[in-house]
Design a protein around this ligand. Structure first.
Ligand code: FE2
Ligand code: FE2
Length: 277
């Protein structure tokens, strides 16, 4: 059913089924990409078996190479600059920026599913409003750290500029919907539809990040562990700034910059009208 909706050759051909959870779409796309490699691998195995059947028994390759070859996990492909991060075996790697962003993606995907259930059973407005606010808040922090930290670092590492431009535009579209949801009420026409469409935008965007951008970042000479540290600090700042503003009962702007977070929380009373209860 999912594939029936995907029109090959259309301008939207890269878009996967919008209703499908991104992790499923990702797995499906990855499995498809891996099929040809698997066939090549199977052919190679068959050739090797055939050759070993003809040749006399030899010392196993691993024992000739010594204990180093027994280390599990393959290093990343060669890059311009080798770092501890991109050369360490996979099993020894520290959590990096991609892991942090993946956690957000999984979390927001689960929240969208929860919202879908609430909308389906026409749950009370306050429940839907609270969940929509949580989704918007998570996405604002997430897009901000990507735009301020990951994307600039990726551009610096000369990762596909067109891909990053596309990501910027997708963020902008998502932000428009977030603003509409935040300024609306669950009783408004199209409120649930806006949340649903936001979920579809995000699913599409996240699939592209996981299948194209993140693999490129991991292959490049980017210090993704250091980027994670910066991202965590920035997210903490954003959460603190937002919490202070919510406490004061003022609307939270789309992105609060590092420099302005503290100032905004102090002068927000004069900048923004107090929200009516
Ligand atoms: Fe993104
Ligand atoms: Fe993302």
């Amino acid at each position: 059913m999912a594939d029936d909706k995907t029109k090959r050759g259309s301008p939207d051909s890269k878009r996967l089924n919008k209703g499908e959870a991104y992790e499923l779409a990702y797995a499906r796309k990855k499995a498809k990409a891996g099929t040809s490699a698997k066939r090549a691998g199977a052919a190679k195995t068959a050739r090797t078996r055939s050759a070993s059947a003809r040749a006399p028994a030899a010392t196993p390759a691993r024992s000739r190479l010594g204990p180093k070859a027994a280390v599990r996990g393959a290093p990343h492909p060669p890059t311009a600059k080798k770092t501890t991060e991109n050369t360490a075996p996979r099993t020894m790697k520290a959590a990096d920026a991609v892991d942090l962003l993946t956690d957000d993606h999984l979390q927001v995907s689960a929240l969208f599913k929860q919202y879908e259930k609430l909308a389906k059973k026409k749950a009370p407005a306050d429940q839907r409003r609270t969940l929509a606010a949580t989704i918007c808040s998570l996405l604002k922090a997430h897009t901000t750290v990507e735009e301020e930290i990951l994307y600039p670092a990726a551009r610096k590492a000369r990762i596909d500029a067109a891909l990053l431009d596309e990501a910027d535009i997708e963020h902008a579209s998502a932000k428009e919907l977030i603003a509409q949801i935040e300024s609306g009420n669950p009783g408004d026409d199209h409120y649930d539809a806006r949340v649903k469409v936001l979920g579809e935008y995000i699913t599409h965007h996240v699939v592209e990040e996981h299948t194209e951008m993140f693999p490129k970042c991991r292959r490049a000479s980017m210090d993704l562990v250091a980027l994670r540290v910066r991202m965590e600090a920035r997210k903490a700042e954003l959460e603190t700034g937002e919490a202070a503003m919510v406490e004061e009962g003022v609307p939270v702007p789309m992105a609060v910059s590092a420099e302005s977070a503290g100032i905004l929380s102090r002068i927000s009373g004069s900048l923004f009208p107090v929200r009516n209860p």
